[in-house]
Design a protein around this ligand. Sequence first.
Ligand code: DON
Length: 307
Amino acid sequence: MDLQAIVDEALDYADHYRGHGALASYIPALAKVDPNKLAIALVTGDGESYAAGDADELFSVQSISKVFTLSLALNQVSAGLWNHVGREPSGSPFNSIVQLEAEKGKPRNPLINAGAIVVCDQLIGSRDADAALDEILAFLRQRCGDRDIGIDMDVALSESRAGNLNRSLAYFVNAFGNLSNPVEEVLSVYFRQCAVAMSCRQLARAALYLAYDGVDPLTGEAVVTPSRARRINALMLTCGHYDNSGDFAFRIGLPGKSGVGGGVLAIVPGTGVMVVWSPGLNAAGTSLAGAVALERLVELTGWSIFV
Ligand code: DON
């Protein structure tokens, strides 16, 4: 298969949707991003990478970070994490508070905002917030072999200033005794992890362990156990796009995670990782042109977990 030709063709195909959808203007710093960006990166287990468009340009990873933090938290607290957060799709928007009351402050899954906030709290544990954030950054830098990966502080501050809904979720969870650290400490990790800036190529490289049963195929390092890698993929397939997860599984058929920065991560088990970026979003916060590009990539490669 000529993967470079496939990546080029998928970009061409999605080009028609360039600029479609809405920017995540509820975070003012994200409203300033050029809506016409479009990029694809594909990294395979032999370390080859194929890219088209703005694939080396940094963007705000937003909720894609939740997958990495979940990996670290599972390594830290093991199955005890599931006492604090569930594993069911929510069928609700990523920032919904509705289910939290009926379900007594236990978020449905670790990929919605409330769940990711609980995961941050578990990762902090008895340390301080900065230690947990340092661990997340060190992890991403090591996975990519790139020490320059960092946080866009403009975005982090903008998120915090506009963060009343996330604050409400965190206080609500806290009211049910499901946070062990102060709300603002936990949110300081959550906002900053969402504001990490990475490129499509870096994200694809970083997530390679999820395509290889938890082992980084380029370094041989066991990042998470095989069963954890499979379960993280299962959560991405069922919950990675919130109330759009079913449609994403239907159209693309791969475990994936969206972010309101316009990035979408897609895992191809045993083969590699694809990441697309285009800032215009559909109603569920998934990149509109990005999802089209992924759909085309899957059509052209035949890569689906349902083959
Ligand atoms: O907390 C928020 O609302 C954002 N920092 C992250 C949300 C997000 O990326 C949803 N994903 N598509």
